[in-house]
Design a protein around this ligand. Structure first.
Ligand SMILES: Nc1ncnc2c1ncn2[C@@H]1O[C@H](COP(=O)(O)OP(=O)(O)OP(=O)(O)O)[C@@H](O)[C@H]1O
Ligand SMILES: [Mg+2]
Length: 337
C-alpha cells in the first residue's frame, strides 16, 4: 500500500478552503490548515464553532461539500475507505453498545482491527488501568456512570495505533485528575508516532497538549500558532489596574512606548506591554501619581491561553457573546497562519 502524499510531504492532514452548510447556515466558512506528521494539533473554539463539523468531514462521516481535504495522503471524498483505514476516532457523543461489557467493547474493537491476541490483551489491561475501569471490566456499559462511559469510549479509541487519531473533545465531563491522566497517555500515544488532531474548548487542554493550535470561531480560523506564539502576540506581560480615574489613566498610559494595547474592563483596564512588566510598572505608577490618580488594584501576569482567546474572539468561553470589548490598538500585528 503506497502512500500518495502530494506537495508538502510533512503534511498528514491537509485542508483547503473547506466550507460546510447545514441548509442555509454556514457552519464552516472557508477553513484552511495543515497538520504535520507527528504533531498534536488542536482546534480550540466555543460551542458551535464548527469543530465537530470539520472532524466529521475529515473522518468521512460527513460528505464534503466544498474545498479540499486529505488525510494520510488520501482524499476524503475519492479515497474514503483508505482514509478510514488510516485513522482512529474518539467521538464527542457516546457510541457504545449498551449490552456489551467493558471488556467485550475493547476486545471486539481489537479484533476488528486485527490486533494479535497478545497485543490485545496487553493493551486492554493497560487501558483499563489508565481509565480506572479494572473493577468494572465485566459490567455492561449501560450500567456505567456518564464519566465511566466517556472513559471507556476513550480507551476504545486508544486500542489501536492509527496514523492519525481524531479526538473530539475527549475529556469533556471528566474530573481533573482523570483529564490529566488522559493527557499523559495521549502524549505517550503521540510519542509512539501517531499524529493527533484534537478539538477542545478547554484552554488548558489545548495549551498543555498541543504542538500547534488554531483558534476557531463561527466557522473561521482566527489565528494559528504554537501556544508560545499565540501568547506572545499579546505582548510580554499583562498589567491589570483599577484607579481613582480609569478614563484619565487610560488616556495617559496608552501613549507609553512599552504599552501596545489597552482594553477597558468593568472596574479597571488591562495594559498589554512589550517589555518586562516589573520594569514598566514603576513608570506606570509614577505617571499616574504625577497626574494625581490613585491606583487601587494592580496585577501583573503573563498572557494565558484564556487571554489569547478573549482577545481574538472578543468573548470568553461561556456561551454568551460578551459585548464587544473596547480595544485601542496602537500597533497592528500580522496574524500567524
Ligand atoms: N446536523 C446539523 N444540522 C443543522 N445544524 C447543525 C448540524 N450539526 C451542526 N450544526 C450547527 O453547525 C454549527 C457548528 O456545529 P459543530 O457541531 O461543528 O460545532 P462544535 O464546534 O463542534 O461545537 P461544540 O463545542 O458544542 O461541540 C452549530 O451552529 C450547530 O448548531
Ligand atoms: Mg463538537
Amino acid at each position: 500500500m503506497s502512500e500518495q502524499v502530494h506537495g508538502n510531504d510533512q503534511a498528514i492532514i491537509s485542508v483547503e478552503n473547506l466550507e460546510h452548510s447545514y441548509g442555509e447556515f454556514k457552519a464552516v466558512d472557508g477553513i484552511s490548515f495543515t497538520v504535520k506528521k507527528g504533531e498534536i494539533f488542536s482546534f480550540l473554539g466555543p460551542n458551535g464553532a464548527g469543530k465537530s463539523t470539520v472532524i466529521n468531514i475529515l473522518i468521512t462521516l460527513l460528505a464534503k461539500q466544498k474545498g479540499n481535504a486529505s488525510v494520510a495522503g488520501y482524499d476524503v471524498t475519492n479515497d474514503a475507505q483508505k482514509v478510514r483505514e488510516s485513522i482512529g476516532i474518539v467521538f464527542q457523543d457516546i457510541t457504545l453498545d449498551r449490552d456489551m461489557t467493558v471488556w467485550e467493547i475493547l476486545e471486539f474493537h481489537g479484533r476488528l482491527y486485527n490486533m494479535p491476541r497478545e497485543e490485545r490483551k496487553k493493551r486492554i489491561d493497560e487501558l483499563l488501568t489508565l481509565v480506572q475501569l479494572d473493577a468494572k471490566k465485566d459490567e455492561r456499559t449501560k450500567n456505567l456512570s456518564g464519566g465511566m462511559k466517556r472513559r471507556l469510549e476513550i480507551a476504545r479509541g486508544l486500542m489501536t495505533r492509527p496514523k492519525v487519531l481524531f479526538l473530539d473533545e475527549p475529556t469533556i465531563g471528566l474530573d481533573p485528575q482523570t483529564r490529566m491522566r488522559m493527557w499523559e497517555y495521549i502524549k505517550g500515544v503521540n510519542n509512539e508516532g501517531t499524529t493527533i488532531f484534537l478539538t477542545t474548548h478547554y484552554m488548558d487542554e489545548a495549551d498543555q497538549l498541543s504542538d500547534r493550535i488554531s483558534i476557531i470561531d463561527q466557522g473561521k480560523i482566527i489565528i494559528s500558532g504554537t501556544s508560545w506564539q499565540l501568547k506572545n502576540t499579546l505582548g510580554r506581560d499583562i498589567i491589570y489596574l483599577e484607579t481613582s480615574n480609569n478614563d484619565a489613566a487610560v488616556r495617559l498610559l496608552q501613549d507609553l512606548p512599552s504599552v501596545h494595547n489597552v482594553k477597558t474592563k468593568t472596574k479597571g483596564f488591562v495594559l498589554m506591554v512589550t517589555e518586562d512588566g516589573t520594569k514598566v510598572l514603576p513608570v506606570i505608577i509614577d505617571t499616574l501619581r504625577n497626574a494625581g490618580i490613585d491606583s487601587t488594584t494592580i496585577n501583573l501576569k503573563k498572557p494565558s491561553m484564556d487571554d489569547v482567546f478573549v482577545f481574538y474572539t472578543g468573548k470568553d468561553l461561556r456561551d454568551e457573546p460578551a459585548g464587544k470589548p473596547v480595544v485601542i490598538l496602537k500597533k497592528t500585528w500580522r496574524a500567524m497562519r
